[in-house]
Design a protein around this ligand. Structure first.
Ligand SMILES: [Zn+2]
Length: 106
């Protein structure tokens, strides 16, 4: 018999049946219950990124855990706006990752 309480680094336990499933799984393959996705909020990251319009650049990086890049963006006015714009495009297109490599959760 397999131990359902052991999981790999990219796995989590199903909220319903407790079996080990992939962290990115939208639903449990065993019981079919939809899973709550872990990660930072897409909406919050977008709003923080839009603060760049008033000169507060890099706040989205602080929010998503990339402190060093956030600090650099803050001190360089978001790379004179270009770096901030790239982040904004990444967030809107859904390709932005947090410091753990996870996509934002919508
Ligand atoms: Zn399950």
């Amino acid at each position: 018999m397999t131990d359902v309480r052991s999981k790999g680094a990219d796995e989590k336990f199903c909220e319903s049946c407790g079996s080990a499933i992939k962290t990115r799984a939208a639903a449990c393959p065993r019981c079919g219950v939809a899973q709550k996705l872990e990660g930072k909020s897409w909406t919050a990251a977008l709003l923080f990124c839009l603060l760049g319009i008033v000169g507060l650049c890099g706040i989205q990086r602080f929010y998503t855990g990339s402190w060093l890049i956030g600090l650099l963006q803050l001190l360089t006015l978001g790379g004179l706006g270009f770096w901030q714009l790239i982040d904004l495009i990444l967030i809107i297109s859904g390709a932005y990752h947090d410091h753990k490599g996870r996509l934002l959760v919508k």
